[in-house]
Ligand binder design. Structure first.
Ligand code: NSS
Length: 433
């Protein structure tokens, strides 16, 4: 069965005509002879006016019994009305309740975050959440378009893996038949490195998992990451790719999701400033800068959220920090020939306090040095045999990066906490709904 109805977004094509709409009651008030309801259908919300003397008895009885978030079918005339949000209004001649809602837990008042997260399956229906999900969808589309237009090939990497991608400290593990322990992938990088030797320019895009024991606004235990990997690209080229990529995404959202950004009260001017090139600061200069502002940090330590905020303060665009100390970063990064204490890598820090959205690097392509790093980190060598093979069979300079989808959605939407950037967030203290 296919139900024929008009969606709120398409009302302009029905101006002055009869139409049937289906949706949920997002707002409701009645004064005995006339009732107004806000009908929400996923494409928008329209006001429906129901006058006692213009509908049949069954319809008016339905109105008398209406509750918030009930699902209803409404037929009536589409009227253009410049005062109405969206420019149209429906004068109903019939209304039918499809599913009457029990008392709806989310009221038009302030609720605690825990309460809202417990009701995430219902909270999703609300305007702000709908706007964020639409922006997220647009960002995903922009990501895929960017790589498609540049001849990258999508290669899906496994979620169940035998080798640790980033750090042993944040692994989820599970028993895997007779083969011992399997890990949920922290990254698809090692696999796209193999694919880059087959296809040149590749990317993977999927969920990744980290048993982060931190309860910060920037950490999820399950998040989406897009990871391009490019043969014959060095660290400088990698940063150029990143600034083009991020600017492309922002431009696309501005072009197609202006309405949603407005609903989110996003300062659009801040996003309009995002275009290449982005500033670059070496880790060593970043430490000097931090010392200059009185921040205590030792050369060698990784930068934390508070350092990132100081570094990006007063900047309009994201900032690259490059060539970190090797002890602060993962085993696979290429040793910097000009300063072997550091590795050829970069983080990209978003402005306005959002901080790191990308981590990237040139990969160690020398067999002996890579094996040395694997040993230094105490990683199980057998699990990396296949990865080392890539350095045994036609090694090649290559680079790539990982952009965190939720961090990017948060920054572009102006939403500081990642719990609102994914439909069903997974955090240390939350596994339901
Ligand atoms: O750990 S990263 O910095 N880098 C990697 O995983 C590399 N293997 C990527 C690569 O070169 N192919 O993570 C990359 C990004 C990071 O900048 C964040 O934006 C995001 O992934 N990220 C997270 N988002 C949400 N929650 C958590 N816990 C998280 N961890 C990283």
């Amino acid at each position: 069965m296919e139900t024929v109805f008009t969606s709120v977004r398409d009302l302009s094509s029905k101006a002055g005509q009869e139409a049937t709409l289906i949706g949920w009651v997002a707002k409701f008030r009645s004064s005995g002879k006339i009732a107004f309801l806000g009908l929400r259908d996923g494409t928008g919300t329209v006001q429906v006016v129901i006058a006692r003397n213009e509908v049949d008895d069954a319809s008016w009885d339905a109105v008398a019994d209406l509750s918030m978030e009930s699902s209803v079918r409404v037929s009536g005339t589409v009227r253009q009305d410049d005062r109405a949000p969206g420019g149209y209004e429906i004068t109903a001649n019939q209304i039918e309740v499809i599913g009457r809602a029990d008392e709806y837990p989310i009221q038009p008042k302030e609720h605690g975050v825990d309460f809202l997260l417990n009701n995430r399956h219902l909270w999703l229906r609300h305007g702000r959440q709908v706007a964020i999900m639409r922006v997220r969808d647009e960002i995903v589309k922009a990501i895929r378009d960017f790589f498609y237009e540049r001849d990258f090939v999508l290669v899906d990497s496994p979620i169940l893996t035998g080798s640790i991608g980033e750090s042993a400290g944040t692994l989820f593990s599970t028993e895997y038949f007779d083969l011992g322990t399997a890990y949920l992938a922290q990254t698809g990088q090692l696999y796209v490195e193999a694919a880059a030797a087959a296809l040149g320019k590749v990317y993977c895009f999927g969920p990744t998992f980290r048993a982060e024991k931190s309860k910060t606004r920037r950490h999820l235990t399950e998040f989406w990451m897009v990871e391009p990997e490019v043969a014959w690209l060095d660290s400088e080229g990698n940063m150029r790719l990143q600034e083009e990529f991020v600017s492309y995404i922002v431009e696309r959202v501005l072009e197609r999701r202006g309405l949603e950004l407005e609903q989110l009260d996003r300062d659009i001017g801040r996003l309009e400033a995002i275009s290449p090139p982005f500033d670059r600061l070496s880790y060593t200069d970043a430490i000097a800068f931090l010392h200059g502002t009185g921040v205590e940090i030792e050369w060698g330590e990784d930068l934390g959220a508070e350092h990132e905020t100081v570094l990006t303060e007063g900047r309009d665009k994201p900032l690259f920090v490059f060539d970190y100390p090797r002890e602060a970063k993962a085993f696979y990064m290429k040793e910097n020939p000009e300063d072997p204490r550091t590795v050829k890598c970069n983080d990209l820090l978003a402005p306005e306090g959002y901080g790191e959205i990308i981590g990237g690097s040139q990969r160690e392509d020398d067999y002996d040095r890579l094996l040395g790093r694997i040993r230094e980190e105490g990683l199980p060598e057998e699990a990396y045999d296949w990865y080392l093979d890539l350095r045994r069979h036609g090694t090649f300079p290559h680079s790539g990066f990982g952009l965190g989808l939720e961090r990017t959605v948060g920054w572009i939407c102006g939403v500081p906490h990642l719990r609102e950037t994914i439909a069903f967030p997974r955090m240390m203290t939350r596994l339901t709904p």
